[in-house]
Design a protein around this ligand. Structure first.
Ligand code: CMC
Length: 429
């Protein structure tokens, strides 16, 4: 640790030390700044602020690199599966064959949810957004599984982690089934994680359901791509909620709430709605013009990223997966796909998008793929939440086990009224 910068406040010289990570930019440690200088730093949106140490995920946004525990996302998506990725994120290493069997067994044995949860669902309107249902249902897990909410107990933390990863597909499928008025389908534990989820979504009690291995593999890959993404808004939310000692189910519910927003996980839903609104390729120029107009709040959904100022590596894999799914389903002339491909082509050649480094992000393609698989748009963010639960849990666990962990408590630059005296009602104008 060396001193990177010094500055003077009055007569006092303040030294700020640097800390280096294993790869990527180092940080200036300002944790003692207020005590030494009586000043805070100011960084709304955390564009230059590292909020924690983490060994889980590394992103180089300029180069378009994404690593989980050091492994490139391309290799994990090509050769691995989702539960193996979950193990990697949670424990730091790829599992041996025995460790994998054991992990899969433990997750699989926790896929059912308490039977009273099904009654909990009945309280919602059928047209409720499934993300609203998910925030509530996941938060409610803490009311059902008291024996894994003591965060100071390592065993309980482990059980809560496995439960969250195992039950989130069951809850997501229940939210889907409830919204379409079909009976819930119980998990079937001889199926793999993603096939089981597909079955819980699409099977009905009156007939057999056959898993399409191409679709199952594609969805599994989508889950891998969405499993973690460093300190994004929802992960930071999970960590902040967890920093107060809240139980993991409540923390994941907070993460789901944050993910719902259109600037974050809701973008794939928004991207698809935008493609439908554009409708035909000839209308693209007017939407591009709107996106460039400073006086118009419209943005091209599915373009741009806070961190990637290059092609999002997940978007490249997703683009391939999209074509695999469409081929498998024999979808050749989808008007949305025509609009999407033409929009991608135009935006990649447009000066505005090139100069601002706005590339299609993963959400641009995932919406098209999930729609082709039969998911309604309001389920897209639910699927994102399902996959990201693994990352949230790994980040939550890392935070709880970090001895330097403190409650997260940002400060502010106060710009409101200075002290003033209360006026009785009769004296106010
Ligand atoms: N369409 C048109 N202009 C854009 C867009 C867009 N999608 N995204 C950014 N810009 C412009 C923006 O107007 C600004 O221009 P100027 O410098 O002239 O003011 C410049 O690019 C930088 O934008 P910013 O808002 O400062 O960048 P940010 O890092 O705060 O925002 C973002 C990142 C993802 C919120 C933003 O690009 C966006 O709103 N994109 C559309 C929503 C979307 O696709 N979100 C999914 C993100 S990926 C999934 C995830 O990780 O959750």
């Amino acid at each position: 640790m060396g001193i990177v910068t010094s500055f003077t406040v009055g007569n006092k010289v303040i030294d700020l030390p640097a800390r280096e990570g294993s790869v990527g930019p180092s940080v200036v440690d300002i944790s003692k700044l207020y005590a030494q200088a009586g000043m805070f730093t100011y960084d709304p949106g955390f564009t230059s602020t590292a909020s924690c140490d983490s060994k889980i995920t590394y992103i180089d946004g300029d180069e378009g690199i994404l690593l989980y525990r050091g492994y490139p996302i391309e290799q994990l998506a090509e050769h691995g599966d989702f539960l193996e990725t979950a193990y990697l994120l949670l424990y730091g290493e790829l599992p041996t064959s025995q460790q994998k069997d054991d992990f899969v067994y433990r997750v699989t044995r926790h896929t059912m949810v308490h039977d009273q949860m099904s009654r909990f669902f009945q309280g919602f309107r059928r047209d409720a957004h499934p993300m609203a249902v998910m925030v509530a249902a996941v938060g409610a897990l803490s009311a059902f599984y008291h024996d894994s909410t003591d965060i100071s107990d390592e065993h309980q933390r482990m059980v809560a982690s496995i439960r969250m990863i195992a039950k989130i597909p069951t809850l997501a499928a229940m939210a889907f089934k409830y919204s379409i008025g079909q009976p819930f389908i119980y998990p079937k534990n001889d199926l793999d994680y993603t096939s089981n989820f597909l079955r819980m979504c699409y099977a009905v009690p009156c007939e057999e359901y056959y898993i399409n291995p191409v679709l199952s593999r594609a969805l599994d890959r989508i889950f891998i791509l969405h499993a973690d993404h460093e300190q994004n808004a929802s992960t930071a939310t999970v960590r902040l909620a967890g920093s107060s000692g809240a139980n993991p189910f409540a923390c994941i519910a907070a993460g789901i709430a944050c993910l719902w927003g259109p600037a974050h996980g809701g973008a794939n839903e928004a991207a698809l709605e935008m493609l439908a609104e554009i409708g035909t390729p000839d209308r693209i120029p007017q939407f591009i013009a709107r996106a460039k107009d400073k006086n118009d709040p419209f943005r091209l959904m599915g373009f741009g990223h806070r961190v990637y100022k290059n092609y999002d590596p997940r978007a490249k894999i997703m683009q391939r997966t999209t074509h695999e799914v469409l081929n498998e389903l024999g979808i050749k002339d989808d008007p949305l796909l025509d609009v999407a491909l033409e929009l991608e082509r135009i935006a990649l050649h447009d000066e505005y998008f090139i100069e601002k480094k706005l590339y299609p992000n993963i959400d641009f393609y995932s919406g098209i793929t999930l729609k082709a698989m039969g998911f309604p748009t309001d389920m897209f963010t639910v699927l994102f939440a399902l996959a990201r639960t693994t990352g949230w849990i790994a980040q939550w666990k890392e935070m709880i086990e970090d001895p330097s962990q403190k409650i997260g408590r940002p400060r502010q630059l106060y710009t409101g009224a200075p002290r003033r005296d209360y006026l009785p009602l009769a004296q106010r104008r």
